[in-house]
Design a protein. Structure first.
Lengths: 222, 400
């Protein structure tokens, strides 16, 4: 679950952004939308414990992030957060399998080949395990990046502009993939996007259980 | 271990740059390895061949020439000294023993040395075949000389005048091989040893026109020099001065001359060392540029590692491990290349029947090579690693 209350963040030497309160139940979807510069990236940074809030309350995956710093924040992030960046950042030097193994290395956990296989299989890209990112199509690369994001079974998946530069069909596939993966994992999914199509791509209810909650951000400075 | 694995993969994702850096580092390290090996082997060769020789007495001239020609057999002697004067020297109260050395002939470039059997005992050489000489015109071959000349016990040959190959052949006086020495690693390995009387006989047979002439020659017999051992170390204070001032001969102290020689060689090696230093510096700069560029190019990937939970130190360690690999590979390549260069030099010197170097040795001072390699590569990686340490994860979210 995610809960914020009077959350705000002040950029070093810059403006202060205030965010609307939100409470998202575990296993549901938060659609974070708004134009460029409205604070979507900052909200994601706060939710991933990359920066600390200036004021207010922020609880993500049952962890209050206000006091979480440095190594403890890194360790918590490795456990609790799966991240799908806009630029996928699959390392060209490594195979698909090794890109996933990198997640184990980064989190300090021993590598588990069976879990890597399972994650790739769940996203239908197991046959690509020995390929390098350069040998993948855009869609395949996104599936691999998503497999990496959910490999350690995070409680929250943060997806940053997952449909950017995709045509409608590919965007629909990407959103469907994210929703399905989050549902299977029981993870809370946060999609940050300025793509107005995404809201239409998420069903209000899935299997009568998962709904989505829109959070429209506007640039609100204190 | 996984950090090393990923660092290896990242390193070789830019194969040309990585290979160039390894090559640059290796060249500098190979130069240093070569210098260390040659220095070590030269010192060993000098120590080995000089052991137990306190002073060399021969004709007046360059003392270093006397040492190089009489002890190491890599130069021509300054002249000969009368046998009578040497006999007098033997009786000197400070002299424990003398080994006569007579030079003048060669066999296909290998020096024929007229001496006594004490010369062989001095280097504790043993026979691998045959026996020592017991009459003039019998020879014992050093191991290298026997192998390269293709001679075995029982073979005969005629010596040629002069110390280099190609002189006039003493066809009337044939030497017989009576023995071959086992390799001793000393100067004996590349010599053809015979009794001093052989040298006199060959030249008297060659030049004497009648018996009277031969008698005159016998009275005026000479040898080239003697290797002297003192009864007491205190003799070093007075004996050389006595020889140099009271006789027509000169006494040269090997230790003194060799330290002079090494000093002169040192000037040359300083230039090579400076060159190696410049190469290492260039390599360090190249490693720095490569890793700095890698951090810039991969800043997104590095930020993602932070996002995946890697602490900053772990991300920086990845960069340092890349440098570690470079250092390790360059150490290996530099050591092997340096050994190959030293082996090539030893081979060239051996072709010239010169100083015996060679054999793959790993003296402890070579430890400096991997230390230098790791120092340069890891040192060059410190700033890029700091860049990786400080990589901003926020850039991952703001890279539009």
């Amino acid at each position: 679950m995610i809960r914020t209350c009077q959350l705000s963040y002040t950029y070093p030497g810059g403006p202060t952004l205030a965010f609307p309160d939100v409470e998202v139940a575990q296993g549901t979807v938060l659609l974070l939308s708004g134009p460029s510069g409205c604070g979507k990236s900052t909200w994601l940074s706060l939710a991933a414990a990359l920066v600390a809030p200036t004021a207010g309350e922020l609880v993500v995956a049952d962890q209050s992030l206000g006091a979480l710093k440095n190594i403890a924040a890194d360790a918590w992030r490795a456990r609790a957060i799966g991240f799908l960046p806009q630029k996928l950042h699959l390392s060209a030097a490594l195979t698909v399998q090794q890109n996933l193994a990198l997640a184990f290395w980064a989190s300090g956990q021993p590598e588990d080949a069976a879990r890597i296989d399972a994650a790739l299989q769940a996203l239908g890209v197991q046959h690509l395990a020995r390929r390098t990112p350069a040998q993948l199509s855009g869609g395949q690369a996104q599936r691999v990046a998503l497999a990496r994001a959910v490999l350690l079974q995070p409680r929250v998946i943060l997806a940053d502009e997952p449909t950017a530069s995709l045509d409608f069909e590919a965007a629909a596939d990407a959103v469907r993939l994210l929703l399905d993966t989050a549902r299977i994992q029981g993870a809370t999914l946060v999609i940050a996007t300025h793509d107005a199509r995404v809201a239409a791509l998420i069903p209000a209810k899935v299997d009568g259980q998962i709904g989505f909650q829109p959070l429209q951000l506007v640039r609100k400075q204190l | 271990m996984k950090t090393l694995f990923f660092a290896w993969r990242y390193l070789w994702s830019r194969p040309l740059g990585a290979a160039l850096n390894v090559l640059l580092l290796s060249l500098g390290l190979a130069s240093i390895t070569f210098l260390l090996l040659v220095g070590h082997q030269l010192t060993q060769a000098f120590e080995r061949d000089l052991a137990g020789i306190d002073v060399v007495v021969g004709a007046k001239g360059s003392p270093m020439q006397l040492i190089l020609s009489g002890v190491f057999h890599i130069d021509v002697p300054p002249g000969n000294v009368p046998l009578k004067a040497v006999r007098e020297l033997e009786k000197h109260p400070l002299v424990a023993s003398v080994i006569p050395i007579s030079l003048g002939d060669n066999l296909r470039g290998f020096r024929i040395v007229g001496t006594s059997q004490a010369y062989i005992q001095h280097y504790q050489a043993t026979l691998s075949a045959g026996r020592l000489w017991d009459a003039p015109l019998q020879v014992v071959l050093g191991a290298t000389a026997a192998r390269q000349l293709g001679l075995v016990v029982g073979n005969t040959f005629a010596g040629a005048h002069g110390l280099g190959a190609g002189g006039h052949t003493h066809g009337d006086s044939l030497y017989t091989v009576t023995g071959v020495l086992a390799p001793s690693g000393s100067v004996l390995d590349r010599l053809v040893l015979t009794d001093t009387a052989s040298v006199w006989k060959v030249h008297e047979d060659f030049t004497a026109v009648d018996e009277e002439d031969r008698q005159v020659m016998e009275e005026e017999r000479e040898i080239t020099m003697v290797l002297v051992r003192y009864k007491t170390p205190m003799a070093a204070m007075s004996f050389p001065r006595y020889v140099n001032t009271s006789t027509d001969m000169q006494a040269a102290a090997p230790a003194l001359e060799i330290s002079r020689l090494l000093h002169m060689l040192g000037l040359g090696t300083d230039v090579l060392r400076a060159f190696a230093g410049v190469l290492l510096l260039t390599a360090g700069l190249s490693v720095f540029i490569a890793l700095w560029s890698a951090v810039r190019e991969r800043s997104g990937d590095l930020a993602l590692l932070r996002m995946l939970g890697a602490p900053p130190a772990q991300v920086a360690a990845l960069l340092l491990c890349e440098a570690l690999w470079l250092g390790l590979l360059a150490s290996l390549a530099g050591l092997l290349l340096g050994q190959a260069c030293a082996a090539a030099l030893a081979w060239l010197l051996q072709l010239d029947n010169s100083l015996l170097l060679g054999g793959m040795v790993w003296p402890p001072e070579l430890l400096i090579v991997p230390v230098l390699a790791l120092g340069v590569s890891v040192g060059a990686a410190l700033l890029p690693a700091w860049g990786a340490f400080r990589v901003s994860v926020l850039s991952l979210l703001q890279s539009r």
